[in-house]
Ligand binder design. Structure first.
Ligand SMILES: C[S@@+](CC[C@H](N)C(=O)[O-])C[C@H]1O[C@@H](n2cnc3c(N)ncnc32)[C@H](O)[C@@H]1O
Length: 212
């Protein structure tokens, strides 16, 4: 496990026992999930959105949660079992190399997670790979208003704290386009605010994998 993965797992294992909001936008609410959909939440944390997706997807659909933190995954699996969900699965996997088949999902969501990656181009290529042709993503995340200095980006603790790995909005949109999503739209966006030692803004983006 890399230093960064270790720092992320350490921080979120500890937070899995606490009752705090770790989201930064309305990805789930804007995802337009239909009955029968196969849905995936990347960086699912305690799995709240996975259970909400499973409810909408119904018996003919399936909701998957992907995370790197054992603490988060244990909590998510426990909640799903207590509530009797049968159309839910959780897997431990890094977002840069997702342990799921290609052309697998109708909908991919993610909330406040991709900024933790220093290889966000790889994460976006994986999102493109796992979506079925015609499938869509809705991702809430943060971007940095200015390029983040390397002294912060190279500090795995700061990246794990959900700010130092942020890229600028133009870089973020470029990663999405380079992955193959020729058109994406920003559905919501906050004003800039202070986070860690930088300024960030939150936004929610939607894009669709072309059918051919
Ligand atoms: C800020 S929390 C958000 C959790 C959830 N999406 C929510 O809105 O409550 C970020 C989550 O992403 C996971 N995560 C961060 N980087 C990851 C990576 N590279 N691969 C897999 N999971 C990651 C963390 O373990 C954590 O559970």
């Amino acid at each position: 496990m890399s230093d960064l993965s270790g720092s992320i797992a350490k921080r979120y294992d500890a937070l899995s026992a606490k009752d705090c909001c770790l989201s930064c936008g309305g990805a789930f609410s804007l995802a337009e999930i239909k009955a029968g959909d196969v849905c995936i939440d990347l960086g699912c944390g305690k799995g709240h959105d996975v259970l909400r997706m499973a409810t909408l997807a119904g018996d003919n659909g399936m909701a998957w949660g992907v995370d790197i933190s054992d603490g988060m995954l244990d909590t998510a699996i426990r909640h799903a079992q207590v509530m009797g969900f049968e159309n839910v699965r959780f897997i431990k996997s890094e977002l840069e190399q997702i342990d799921l088949a290609s052309d697998f999902a109708d909908v991919v969501i993610s909330n406040c997670t991709i900024n933790h990656s220093l290889e966000q181009d790889m994460v976006w290529r994986e999102i493109f790979r796992i979506l079925k042709p015609g499938g869509h993503f809705v991702v809430s995340d943060i971007y940095a208003t200015e390029k983040v200095p390397d002294i912060f980006r190279n500090d795995s603790e700061m990246v794990a704290q959900c700010w130092a790995g942020a890229v600028t909005k133009s870089q973020y949109m470029q990663h999405i386009e380079d992955a193959g999503f020729s058109q994406s739209e920003v559905l919501e966006e906050s004003n800039p605010y202070d986070k860690g030692s930088i300024q960030v803004a939150s936004f929610t983006i939607k894009g669709t994998k072309p059918k051919t």
